[in-house]
Design a protein around this ligand. Sequence first.
Ligand code: A3P
Length: 277
Amino acid sequence: MLINDHFKARPTDIIVATSPKCGTTWLRALVFSIINRHFFDFNDHPLRKLNPQELVLLFEGHIHKDGSTSFLDELPSPRLLSTHIPYSLFPKRMTDDTSGCRFVYICRDPKDVLVSKWHFSNKLRPKEVPPLSLEEAFDLFCNGVSHYGPFWDHVLGYWKASVESPKKVLFLTYEDVKKEPLGCVRKVAEFLGVPFSPEEENKKTVEEIVKLCSFESLSNLDVNRSVAKRSERPVSNSDFFRKGEVGDWVNHLSPEMVEKMNQITEQKLQGIGFNFH
Ligand code: A3P
């Protein structure tokens, strides 16, 4: 509602979209580095001093209850913003093929999302509240009780949009970016209309971006090792970095949980031309 009523989209807006725990931090860092690559030296890069969430703002957090969007309005173009909002909730003026603004979406195997979410939720819980059990977290997730709505609906919305409007929505998976980071970075740059030149390829700019944004690199920076929490946010920068692996679910989920989750995924994504494998 607030977005619909108050957010003044610009045709140059680039929006990094994710369901929480699917790789928001990583994608923010990658897209920021891709579009700003001409302005910064990789050895003295803003990502070395600031957490990706400070460089790419979750824009729904900056639309205030009174409808004020002044902070967002003052950002220079092109704006790079982040969101967890489902595609269907964006106003037509942003999702229309003619609107110009573009979405880069990343999703992840729901079994890994659940495990990541469970660890993260327990970090957020006040000390007085007992930890959430994995079983409870599993039931909530499978029943669609997630921030920003059921996980599978979130994926479906962006997947369909990427098929219908491939110039507007780029659909990536965490697993693909892990497997082929260089190819994915090139794909994002092309999608955003800033492909790498032969000179940049020679200088290994794509490799530099992948290296700077890797889990090993970002998670070891002082700024991201910080456990300090700010009053308005009960999380610290370090909470956004745990293992950064594909398939950690094998260390947590029972065979019954795996079967149930796979069944839901099969059923929800049936016939759409995409699945997590
Ligand atoms: P795990 O909990 O599985 O380790 P989000 O950024 O959407 O909140 O997602 C957090 C997940 O992404 C965590 O997964 C975190 O470790 C992982 N992550 C953070 N930075 C990453 C990076 N640069 N590369 C790969 N994974 C990363």
